[in-house]
Design a protein. Structure first.
Length: 91
């Protein structure tokens, strides 16, 4: 039961526990740095003009667009995006 709590989600995205930990640490580190850049941008608006936007776009690409290809396309979309999938395909 306890073991499943640590392995079920990583397995659902095609990763081991340690692979998932590494990915999560990488994503979290990037988000922390981008968040600090956004805070600095708030005080000094001439700095880090695109850092937050670029970080979000990069992480979205890594997490959603290039996730494990063994999943069915419908399963690869987060629940909130499933309703928009036909619209995206038509764009």
């Amino acid at each position: 039961m306890i073991r499943r709590a640590f392995t079920e989600h990583p397995a659902s995205v095609g990763e081991t526990y340690f692979q998932h930990m590494g990915m999560a640490f990488g994503f979290g580190g990037r988000m922390v740095l981008a968040g600090l850049a956004c805070l600095l941008h708030g005080v000094l608006p001439f700095l880090f003009k695109r850092t937050g936007r670029d970080c979000v776009a990069t992480l979205h690409d890594r997490m959603v667009v290039h996730r494990d290809r063994r999943q069915a396309p419908e399963e690869a979309l987060p629940a909130m995006d499933r309703d928009r999938a036909p619209l995206r395909a038509a764009e």
